[in-house]
Design a protein around this ligand. Sequence first.
Ligand code: 4AD
Ligand code: MG
Length: 457
Amino acid sequence: MSEIHADKIAPSSITIAGWVRTRRGSKKFSFLEINDGSSAKSLQVIVDASISNYSEIERLTTGCSVKIQGNLVLSPGKGQKYEMQATEVSVFGLADPETFPLQKKEMTLEYLRENAHMRVRTSTYSSIFRIRSRVSFAIHRFFVERGFSYVHTPILTTADGEGAGESFKVTNFDMAKVPKTKQGQVDFEQDFFAEPSMLCVTGQLEGELLTMGLNKIYTFGPTFRAENSNTSRHLAEFWMVEPEVAFANLEDNMYLAQDMIRYVVADVLENCSDDIDVCVQKTQNDTRGYLKMALENPFIRVSYTEAIDILKKSGQNFENPLFWGCDLKSEHERYLCEVHFKSPTIVYDYPEEQKAFYMYLNDDGKTVRAMDVLMPGIGEVVGGSQREDRENILIERMKAKGIDASHMDWYVSLRRYGSIPHAGFGLGLERLIMWITGMGNIRDVIPFPRTPGNCKY
Ligand code: 4AD
Ligand code: MG
């Protein structure tokens, strides 16, 4: 109930509208906890039995929606500073306790995931989604304050931006002509765009193009990956923040990622403390300690080669093979930042074979100027790089990775006319929110999770 300002309180008449979280009471009066969704805090409302529709009030249960008029007064009870004495209550909608799935008793996250359309009505998820809103807003402010232009890159594209073949194909068809019973078996064969098109896996390549005229840009939009990984860190549709900076190198990129994450953390700690409290209570994972640490200490930087050394010397029995050139798996990433450094960690200069075609090839010919930012409890939150700005080397790397450079000449040509050193990264919004809220499953930080086998709601 965010609109109530403590400093203005004299007994004053107010009107609120919201949902009943709980009701307890007797024949003489009822205590209602009302929440209107604007903050984690509910308002306690006392309804005296002398009110004309008291029998209706006695039927109120969790989830009912009401409008209440009354006076806001200092509360004599513990747990809240103010309470409301109702003079009039009208009921918008009842919520039959026999069928309404959310009741007073605490629901598990697993249960709520099965009833995803109900989640936002719980205190945990409404707090998470308010934090998500605040984080998004802080990200925009961070970039705008630094002179970045916010650009919109396409969602429909013909370029597989990561060259990883994990995209969703796009086709057109006339749903109206398909009988309802056959809709699962539609033949999706037409190509609207004359060439195969897909949902974007990244906005980076178009973002690079836009830096050529705008200097510093960022995108912030949905991206889609058809990787069939049913893990607690992967979604088929997730939101990515992608800055791209002209005349920047890998080190500038590291500072930018660190500054952005710290800016967001400071903002959330200052403005979302009630919502963080709700998350901590649910997960028993008090994230504030490590969030504050991240504000105070620079992120650790370690090259991939040093990281492999550390992992080899760790004496850990990792499930996945460990050798120079191997892909760092989640268990490796988490060992580095959670156990070894106990800090957000930036791993840089990865083997060339592992990374995408657009990354700058180092003089050793073996590594590229890539960076991943790893967070304790999560692993990779940011992936980025300095971009290859030499046309001939870019074409060679595309060839080696089986990518048709002529098909992407618009991209290659950025290196032909007024080429510039430039760098950028992608931050997975949901992974950042997992780290901030302490939630262990990525499905719990997005209102409508899309995962293999699940595109409901
Ligand atoms: O490391 P990725 O694949 O990098 C890119 O897409 C670059 N084009 C970004 C750039 O340089 N502009 O993805 C970036 C981040 C990852 O670090 C991770 O946080 C998130 O996006 N991410 C996912 N989040 C949820 N579900 C998935 N399937 C994700 N795949 C990547
Ligand atoms: Mg990555």
